[in-house]
Design a protein around this ligand. Structure first.
Ligand SMILES: Nc1ncnc2c1ncn2[C@@H]1O[C@H](COP(=O)(O)OP(=O)(O)OP(=O)(O)O)[C@@H](O)[C@H]1O
Ligand SMILES: [Mg+2]
Length: 257
C-alpha cells in the first residue's frame, strides 16, 4: 500500500524582483509520509527558494503548497528546516541554539536538557556546548543547525544542503548516522544536495530539477534496500546505474558544459 501524500506542491509559481525573475512556474511535486525525497539541480535553479516556500518563509505567486491537508502560509511547528547558511543565532551559545526550537515548542526544562545533550553528542560537539557560533568552524556551525532541527523531532524535515560545508570524513559519518536515525524513526523529509552520491544514499526518490525556471526533469526511484550505510549503497550494483542517470540529466542542465 502506498503511504499518503504529506507535502503537495501544486502548480506552484514563484517570481522575484517584481516578476522579472521566474524561479519556477507550474511546479508539481508530492512527498509521501515517511519518504526521504532528495532534490538535485544546478546552482541557482531555485532549490532553496522551493524549500523556503514549503516552510512558509517565502510567499508564492501561484498554485499552492499543502502539508497534511493544510495550505502553507507561515512556518508550522511540525516542520523543521536546516538552512544552507546555518541560520544560527550569533548571540546564543551552542546549547541555546540547539534548545531554541524546543523552547518555542514549550518543552519542559528536563526534556530540553536531555535532548540538547543527546543531539550535541550525536553531531560530535561535546565540549563546545558553551561556545558561540563565531568560535566554530563552518562544518561545526552546520552540525549545530542539524542538531537544532533534529532535537524538536519534527514530523517534516526540510534540509538545504545540510552536509554541504562538512569535510569528507565528517560528512560520511553524519550520512551514516542520519541513515541510522532515519531507519529507527522514518520521517517525511525533503533533502537538497549537490552530491549525486548523497542523494542516492539517503533518498527513496531523487528529483532532478532543470536550470531556472526549475522544472522536474526526472524522478528516479532508489530501489536500494534499507537498512543502508553509505558503503552498502555504493556497493550496490544499482548505484552506478542511478548515478549515471543523474549525472547525464544534470550535465544537460549545466549550460556551460
Ligand atoms: N530574496 C531574493 N530576491 C531576489 N532574487 C532571489 C532571492 N532569493 C533567490 N533569488 C534568485 O532566485 C534564483 C534561485 O535561487 P536559489 O537560492 O533558490 O537557488 P538554489 O537552487 O538554491 O542555488 P544553490 O544551489 O546555489 O544554493 C536565483 O536566480 C536567485 O538569484
Ligand atoms: Mg540553495
Amino acid at each position: 500500500m502506498t503511504a499518503p501524500v504529506r507535502i503537495s506542491v501544486e502548480h506552484v509559481t514563484k517570481r522575484f524582483v517584481s516578476g522579472a525573475v521566474t524561479v519556477f512556474e507550474g511546479l508539481d511535486l508530492a512527498v509521501r509520509d515517511g519518504e526521504a525525497l532528495c532534490i538535485l539541480g544546478p546552482s541557482g535553479c531555485g532549490k532553496t527558494t522551493l524549500l523556503r516556500c514549503m516552510h512558509g518563509l517565502a510567499g508564492i505567486d501561484g498554485g499552492r503548497i499543502v502539508i497534511d491537508g493544510v495550505e502553507v502560509r507561515a512556518p508550522s511547528r511540525k516542520v523543521a528546516m536546516v538552512f544552507q547558511h546555518f541560520g544560527l543565532m550569533p548571540w546564543k551559545r551552542v546549547r541555546e541554539n540547539v534548545a531554541y526550537g524546543l523552547e518555542l515548542a514549550g518543552a519542559s526544562k528536563a526534556t530540553i536538557a536531555e535532548r540538547v545533550d543527546r543531539y550535541v553528542r550525536l553531531v560530535g560537539l561535546v565540549g563546545f556546548e558553551d561556545a558561540y557560533p563565531y568560535a566554530l568552524s563552518g562544518g561545526m556551525q552546520q552540525r549545530v543547525g542539524l542538531a537544532r532541527a533534529l532535537a524538536v523531532d519534527p514530523q517534516v524535515l526540510l534540509m538545504d544542503e545540510p552536509f554541504g560545508s562538512l569535510d569528507a570524513l565528517t560528512r560520511e559519518l553524519l550520512q551514516d548516522e542520519f541513515l541510522r536515525i532515519y531507519q529507527e524513526h522514518p520521517r517525511t523529509m525533503v533533502f537538497i544536495t549537490h552530491s549525486i552520491d548523497e542523494a542516492i544514499a539517503l533518498g527513496d526518490r531523487v528529483v532532478v530539477l532543470s536550470a531556472r525556471p526549475a522544472r522536474v526533469r526526472d524522478i528516479l526511484v532508489v530501489d536500494i534496500p534499507r537498512p543502508r550505510t553509505v558503503a552498502s549503497v555504493i556497493a550496490d550494483p544499482r548505484f552506478v546505474e542511478l548515478r549515471d542517470r543523474c549525472w547525464r540529466l544534470l550535465r544537460k542542465e549545466a549550460s556551460w558544459a
